[in-house]
Design a protein around this ligand. Structure first.
Ligand SMILES: Cc1cc2nc3c(=O)[nH]c(=O)nc-3n(C[C@H](O)[C@H](O)[C@H](O)COP(=O)(O)OP(=O)(O)OC[C@H]3O[C@@H](n4cnc5c(N)ncnc54)[C@H](O)[C@@H]3O)c2cc1C
Length: 390
């Protein structure tokens, strides 16, 4: 199916989390009721293709679709384990399927949004002219010329243009399991459990219980390469049986995901496109957390558009936060200090709420210095030198 019109007010390439987060805000503002929007995505976004977890102090924009939240978080490692002091933060979970359905309801109800299912292979944008090539949902090739005052892109293209770029992958396999006996405390989630084999690199497990017999258990690695599929299952099974002591369980759902952790430089505006979400650098290089950065970016873009200010003026987070990410990525990727020790040290010597603010790019310079001084000097100095060269 081709777009019905040649001209739209806004075109969105990719219709996932970032596009929906922004578009719902624009539609609800009531300021764009005469606008026509086009979304092109290769998928209809009807499946539960991911689960977002994040920490938050306030009521969030998508609070209505929060599936579960935990006010108690555990951290475990061989050298330090503790219940984290959250100081008003809650750890929240949103299921992809609930988020998509909630947003699509707003999009459909507006009558202003056209969704075209197609896979894009080539994009070029000049002025308000957009040339797109790709394959439609029927498998036919297309070449479309469209125009719009704003074109937003959330289709992520990994780049390896710089030889000094450092890349890791956050890859994880999660199972929702049901146990025969009550084993979980539904009030308490595990943010990171490093008491697992660290042979291939930084490896930990999340545990997010829904009830005393049901939980999402996620085996997660920060490494350069993916594992064989069987290795994730082995890691999960070993953790569930040995660490949780559960021998009798059934797998109800599973999830696999890869999130880029990179020192790649992203531009919000490039070649006529406004880049959103992961494609616009909203994935935190050192942690992979993205959902809350997307929400903050969507707030800023929506405010700018509502006030009819040029989007190019939009301010990014201070560059020092990208530098910290690059340093931590260098430490992990080059093996200057083991990841489990880095996180154990961070949580042992700082309040969890400070670490959350730091990872959210919300700390002041003096708070950052306090956090940095809790880390060992040499590995981080070596990494900082590498990050500066980058
Ligand atoms: C399984 C998984 C779990 C995650 N969990 C968390 C989490 O717990 N917390 C957190 O903060 N972050 C998490 N993330 C990272 C991040 O929040 C998500 O990836 C988030 O969806 C990023 O939003 P986005 O809009 O940038 O990309 P997406 O939501 O992936 O949207 C991009 C869209 O582009 C479409 N697309 C891609 N290529 C093409 C193409 N060639 N043509 C047409 N359409 C295309 C896709 O179908 C998709 O709908 C997770 C990521 C994954 C993959």
């Amino acid at each position: 199916m081709s777009p019905r019109h040649a001209r739209y007010d806004m075109i969105f390439l990719g219709g996932g989390c970032a596009t929906m987060s922004l578009l719902v805000r624009l539609l609800r503002s009531g300021q764009f009721s005469n606008h026509r929007f086009l979304i092109i995505d290769r998928d209809r976004k009807m499946a539960n293709d991911r689960t977002w977890c994040f920490w938050e102090q306030e009521t969030g924009y998508f609070e209505e679709v929060v599936h579960r939240q935990w006010d108690q978080l555990q951290f475990y490692s061989p050298v330090f384990s503790s219940m984290l002091q959250l100081k008003g933060y809650a750890y929240k979970m949103i299921r992809g399927i609930d988020f998509y359905a909630y947003c699509q309801e707003v999009l459909t109800h507006s009558g202003q949004v056209e969704w075209v299912e197609a896979s894009i292979t080539n994009v070029s944008c000049s002025g308000d002219q957009l040339a797109l090539q790709g394959t439609s949902s029927t498998g036919a090739s297309f070449s479309w010329t469209l125009s719009a005052s704003h074109v937003f892109n959330s289709i992520y293209q990994p780049s390896t243009s710089s030889p000094r770029q450092v890349d890791l992958l956050q890859h994880f396999k999660g199972w929702i399991i049901e146990t025969a006996e009550p084993v979980f405390d539904p009030q308490q989630a595990t943010l990171m459990d490093f008491r697992v084999d660290q042979k291939v690199g930084t490896t930990f497990v999340y545990v997010m219980p829904f009830s005393d017999r049901r939980a999402l258990v996620e085996y997660t690695l920060f490494t350069a390469d993916l594992l064989d599929p069987a290795a994730y299952e082995q890691g999960l099974r070993h953790y569930i049986e040995e660490q949780l002591g559960v021998k009798n369980f059934t797998i109800v759902e599973d999830e696999f995901g890869i999130i880029p952790m990179t020192t790649q430089r992203f531009s919000f505006y490039k070649d006529g496109l406004f880049n959103l979400g992961t494609a616009g650098g909203q994935t935190k290089g050192s942690s992979g957390y993205t959902f809350q950065f997307i929400q903050k970016q969507s707030d800023r873009i929506a405010a700018c558009l509502i006030q009819a200010r040029p989007l190019q003026e939009l301010k990014a987070d201070p560059p020092r936060f990208h530098f910290y990410d690059r340093v931590l990525l260098h430490v992990l990727a080059k093996g200057y200090w083991p990841g489990h020790k880095v996180f154990a040290r961070l949580f042992a010597r700082n309040q969890a709420s400070q670490i959350f603010r730091f990872l959210d790019n919300e700390t002041s310079l003096s708070e950052e210095l306090a956090i940095i001084s809790s880390l060992p000097t040499w590995p981080f100095l070596k990494a900082a030198t590498g990050a500066l060269r980058h």
